[in-house]
Each structure stands twice: as structure tokens, then as C-alpha cells.
Design a protein around this ligand. Structure first.
Ligand code: 6PG
Length: 477
């Protein structure tokens, strides 16, 4: 046994993660269901570090130092259970199975419980950063036992991305499914960020009248300021790209139907279960879903509405500045909602997740990495029990300063008939939180009227019901 870590499942993420471990000086056992893939890896990249080629499951387990660290990089779902079934009988108490796929945290909780009975640590781990991140430094979100982190953490810290201040973009998130839960919300936020950027693009194109190349330049400028982030950076690249076959902007030759693999949807499903309003993230998921309904869209093209009239050149530049404000304000809201969901999940499952630490390890490596996350970290550093990001003085001030422009952008979008569901949902969330009174009081009255569901009063303790079908007197319920 000579390998400090093993990776099974050598599709591109697994292969790159294995190479990353090897490049950092670890001896890595590599295994794949079809052994040819493992052989190919060693043939092609063997000079990057020390690999141990394992042709069979038994060879793989035998190659690992104890306690064994076995990283599983297969497609989330059934394949993960199949791999566990194959390897668990070969392992011994104290060994670790690290699942680096995009697993649902409920599956991770189940697997952790089952393997714990056998004394095996199951470490459900979020890994973000795509292929490039896996190779050069991802953001890593491990759950599982504290003990497993002691044995695994230093290696993860070594291969992870580093934030600008040099600190590793990984930390122990919390027990059992905490890591995969945090990765799930990361992806929900990723969906929201992408949707907000897409709305900004659409408004700059249809309301301001800019070309994709001009919008690429605008995004490049934004990327030097407070919106500095990986997603803004790659958006400029995509928008500037010209299709070789047609000479048209690339963005104009791609079908406008967004796909999804499920993690954004889970974020919303779980938020519904936890009772957390993640309206901005939900709109991002629904926007992808709507885009995919080709028949519905074809059948609706004749519906009445204004035709967007591009602004005059002088007005366009001012509008672009307003869109930057709307994008930034909406981004604050989607992160507020995402962190609320993590806090709620942490309470529900007893994970004790450190929100400041989560924002710190998202500063590098992951898809949503951004200068902005340093701000969030600072907000939680200043006050660990911050009830909401909007309760931070800095964010409250910035969103307050942005709100006039944010509203103006939505007025223009509405008047010109350009959908901006993410911006709108974010503003509605902001205004609802600010409101002295919400129409929820009326909702309670309606519920009491048709179903005697009772209500509470503003002036007295207790639950009450009005005899709506009778003399409308009030009784204690
Ligand atoms: C990451 C990404 C990644 C995710 C893709 C695809 O953090 O590296 O979130 O894990 O799988 O972005 O997601 P969709 O296919 O659902 O857009």
C-alpha cells in the first residue's frame, strides 16, 4: 500500500482531480470501471506525479494507505450507490469514502448513516469549478465527520484554490450532508447569478440597443468594479465570440433553450420544504424551464405587447449604468436568500454551519467566485449572528443607493415588454421585507372566512375566529 489517496471514476472531473492530487505530490491510485480509462490516464499524464494503476476494485483498495481515502467521482445517483456497494465490503473501520459528485444531500445523509454502522466515514463533498477547477484548484465543500476532516482536510487544502489572501478554498462544512447541501445552494446562487446577468444582457441589447460586442465591453468594464467575478468575465468572452460558420455573434446562433441538471431545482424544492423565500433563485430555475417550452412559446408569439424601441445613444450609456445598479442590487438579494437557506438547513439538521466560512471558501475556485464574497465574509466577520445579509450596514446602504436605478430599469423593462423576472423578484423581496404592513393580513382573513383557519391579532395574544356565516362576532379559537 503506497497511495495516500485514490480516485475511482475517471471521467473528466475525476481525471483532473486525480492529476491535481498527483501534481501536489501525493501518490494517487486510479481506478475506473473500464480499466482502459485508468491506463490512458497513467499513459498520458504519468509524468505529472506518482500514480498507481489499479485494474480491479481489490487492487485499488490494496493500493491505499490506511486509513484509506477513496474519492468517488461518478455520476450522482444510482452509480454512486453502485460504487459504494462494490467497495464498502472491501474497506475497514476508519476508512473514508469521499463522494465528490453533485449528490442530493438527503442521499448523502442516508449513505453516511449506512456506512457509519460499518465504521466507514462517508464524506459527501461539494466540488465546484468545473474541469479547469478540478485540475488547477477547485472550491471544495466537505461534509462528514470531524475525524474524517482531520485525515483528509490537509490534502484538500493543498489541492484547493487559494483566495487572494492565500487561504485555501476549503473547510469542514459540517456533519453528514452539510457539504452537499452547501454545494446545492452554491448552484442555486449560480443559477440566479447567471439569470441576472442574462437579464442585464437582454436589457442592454433590446432597450439600450447595444450589439453583443458592445455589451461584451460593458461587462468587461463592470468586471473591474464591484461586480468583478468569474461569471461576468466569461460572459464577456461568450458575447464577444463570433461564430466561424456564419460570421454572426455566437450568442445569436445558439438555441435559446437553457438546460439544467437539477441542483438549482433542488435548491428551490428544499427551500419550499424549509419555508425559506428564495424567489430570485426560483425565478432563475423557472426562466430556464420556460425557455425550454418551445411549443408554448411558439403558440404565444402572436400575443399583444409593446415592441422594444432602442434608446438614443446618449441615453443608452446612462441606462447601462442603471442596469449595473439593478444587477448589483439583485445579486445582493439572491445571496441573501441563498445564505438564508443555508442557515435554515443548518438549523434543521443541526449542522452548525459557519456562514462566514462558506463565503470565504467560495472566494476562489468555484463558479460563483467573486470579489463580492469578500464583502459577505466581512459582513459575517463583523457579526456572526447576522440575521440576513440585508441587515449588514454596508449592503443595506449599497442596495439603498441602487434602488432608484433598480426601479427605473424595471419600469423600462415593463414598458418595453422585456422580461426581467430575476430583477423583479429581487425588488419585490426587498420591498416586501421593508413594508410596514403586508397584505398577509387579508390572506389570513380569507383563510378564516372559508376554512375557519383562525388568525392572530395585532393587539392581543391568542388565536381567533370570526363567525363569518353567523353574526360575525369573534370567538377565541
Ligand atoms: C460547479 C457547477 C457544476 C454544475 C454545472 C452544471 O460548481 O462547478 O455548479 O457543479 O454541475 O454548472 O449545472 P447545470 O447543468 O444544472 O446548469
Amino acid at each position: 500500500a503506497s497511495a495516500q489517496i485514490g480516485v475511482t471514476g475517471l471521467a473528466v472531473m475525476g481525471r483532473n482531480l486525480a492529476r491535481n492530487f498527483a501534481r501536489n505530490g501525493y501518490t494517487v491510485a486510479v481506478h475506473n470501471r473500464t480499466a482502459a480509462k485508468a491506463r490512458a490516464l497513467v499513459d498520458e499524464f504519468g509524468d505529472e506525479g506518482e500514480f498507481v494503476l489499479a485494474e480491479t476494485a481489490e487492487d485499488f483498495v490494496a493500493a491505499l494507505e490506511r486509513p484509506r481515502r477513496l474519492v468517488v467521482m461518478v455520476k450522482a445517483g444510482e452509480p454512486t450507490d453502485a460504487v459504494i456497494k462494490e467497495f464498502a465490503p472491501l474497506l475497514e473501520p476508519g476508512d473514508m469514502i469521499v463522494d465528490g459528485g453533485n449528490a442530493h444531500f438527503a442521499d448523502t445523509r442516508r449513505r453516511e448513516r449506512e456506512l457509519r454502522e460499518q465504521g466507514i466515514h462517508f464524506v459527501g463533498t461539494g466540488v465546484s469549478g468545473g474541469e479547469e477547477g478540478a485540475l488547477n484548484g477547485p472550491s471544495i465543500m466537505p461534509g462528514g465527520s470531524k475525524e474524517s476532516y482531520d485525515a483528509l482536510g490537509p490534502m484538500l487544502e493543498k489541492i484547493s484554490a487559494k483566495a487572494a489572501d492565500g487561504s485555501p478554498c476549503t473547510a469542514h462544512i459540517g456533519p453528514d450532508g452539510a457539504g452537499h447541501f452547501v454545494k446545492m445552494v452554491h448552484n442555486g446562487i449560480e443559477y440566479a447569478d447567471m439569470q441576472l446577468i442574462a437579464e442585464a444582457y437582454q436589457l442592454l441589447r433590446e432597450v439600450a440597443g447595444y450589439s453583443p460586442a458592445e455589451i461584451a465591453d460593458i461587462f468587461r468594464t463592470w468586471n473591474t468594479g464591484r461586480l468583478d467575478s468569474y461569471l461576468i468575465e466569461i460572459t464577456a468572452e461568450v458575447l464577444a465570440h463570433v461564430d466561424a460558420a456564419t460570421g454572426e455573434p455566437f450568442v445569436d446562433v445558439v438555441q435559446d433553450q437553457a438546460e439544467q441538471k437539477g441542483t438549482g431545482r433542488w435548491t428551490v424544492q428544499i427551500a419550499l420544504d424549509l419555508g425559506v423565500p428564495v424567489s430570485g433563485i426560483a425565478e432563475a430555475v423557472f426562466a430556464r424551464s420556460l425557455s425550454g417550452h418551445k411549443d408554448l412559446r411558439d403558440a404565444s408569439r402572436g400575443l399583444a405587447g409593446p415592441k422594444a424601441e432602442p434608446l438614443a445613444k446618449e441615453e443608452a450609456a446612462a441606462f447601462a449604468d442603471q442596469v449595473e445598479q439593478a444587477l448589483y442590487a439583485s445579486k445582493i438579494v439572491s445571496y441573501t436568500q441563498g445564505f438564508h437557506e443555508i442557515a435554515a438547513g443548518s438549523d434543521e439538521y443541526g449542522w452548525d454551519i459557519d456562514l462566514g466560512q462558506v463565503s470565504a471558501i467560495w472566494r476562489g475556485g468555484c463558479i460563483i467566485r467573486a470579489a463580492f464574497l469578500d464583502r459577505i465574509r466581512a459582513a459575517y466577520d463583523a457579526r456572526a449572528d447576522l440575521p440576513s445579509l440585508l441587515a449588514d450596514d454596508g449592503f443595506a446602504r449599497e442596495i439603498g443607493e441602487a434602488q432608484d436605478d433598480w426601479r427605473a430599469v424595471l419600469v423600462a423593462a415593463t414598458r418595453q415588454g422585456v422580461p426581467a423576472p430575476g430583477f423583479a423578484a429581487a425588488l419585490a423581496y426587498y420591498d416586501a421585507l421593508r413594508a410596514d404592513r403586508l397584505p398577509a393580513a387579508l390572506t389570513q382573513g380569507q383563510r378564516d372566512y372559508f376554512g375557519a383557519h383562525t388568525y392572530r391579532r395585532t393587539d392581543r395574544e391568542g388565536s381567533f375566529h370570526t363567525l363569518w356565516g353567523g353574526d360575525r362576532s369573534e370567538v377565541s379559537a
